[in-house]
Design a protein around this ligand. Sequence first.
Ligand SMILES: [Fe+2]
Ligand SMILES: [Fe+2]
Length: 385
Amino acid sequence: MPRPIDIIDLDDLGLDEGAHLLVKDALRKVPAVRVRGRSPTLDVDLPAWCRVQGYGYENGWVLRPQVERYADAVRAGSAAAPVDHPLPWWNFAARGALVERGTPTGDFALDAKEAIWSEDAARSYAQAAGAQWDPNRAIPWNAPVSHSVEIEDAIVQIMTYLIENETAALIAPVRFMGRVHPHFREVIQVLAVQAADEARHIEVFTRRALLRREAPGRSAASGQASLASLLDEDEFSCSSFLLSVLGEGTFLSLLWFLHEHAPDACTREVVRLAAQDEARHVAFSLSHLSYAISREPGLRNRLFAAVERRHAALVLTAGLDQEVFDSLVLLAAGSLEASGIRKGYAAVMQLIREMDESRRRHLLRLGFSEEVARTLSSLHTRNFM
Ligand SMILES: [Fe+2]
Ligand SMILES: [Fe+2]
């Protein structure tokens, strides 16, 4: 004789309307329940549902499954922090979730913590997510412009150069994003929001280039060769080093130089906002590399080799395009008058010295000696990125 606790009355709720929730809830309390109800198809639906879901069924009684599906499931580490080597079959599971056996095995080449992790990843992502800006509202697109046609030409050429650099900076890290084991979700999040930053930079530099012109300026083969070589690096840490520490680190100096010399509020603002984002990209790479080097000091040798390889690949190219160089001089000069040009030229020379100092500072932070830092900085592409 069933006890009241063993009986569940579904009333007229059908299994095709969610009645199984009541059956499952009852089976959490008792090993078997007698199911009653007035749904006209219950007698057919209930045995069928039991069969599909792995529950036993006898004469109106539903029995708990003999083998619980999650009996041999495994927790995908803990939610708080990643493990060193997540299992491939944890796949897309939330970190710390109970993962059922039989989950398909993922193909994530970047599945070792030391290869991609940064202790700063969560904070870096949160900061980036909070610092997103809307190009429509953040930039004074209609700010007055009073500078000469020559200066506008220089700005258009610089924007053209910035756009191709931003495009490479978007594509190079995104190649790795789909290869990171989802267990390291904070790293994927950082890479995703970094890609969104670069997408915005491409947008605002394009809009600034076309503000008063029908077309952008020139794209030099040497500049493109430098950027293309960024995609040749297959190790995440080495790629991050070349792009973010050396390239974007150098670009930070360039963007602040443009901010200082831009003649109109719109140009000033696009480079200022981009520089703020770039500072995060540099900081994340430095924190990742510091972590990776602390786990494996031999990484420094591979970073050195990556710079040498890239230098060798670019040794016959011209480096920074003359048009871009001249545009920087003219922008800093403010006009085509001789005294202005002398001042502008000196400012660009000073910029190049500052770029070198900044690279060496970052290299010292990664534990390279003064001498090695000087060598590495001097081997960095003359195209800046
Ligand atoms: Fe950027
Ligand atoms: Fe960037």
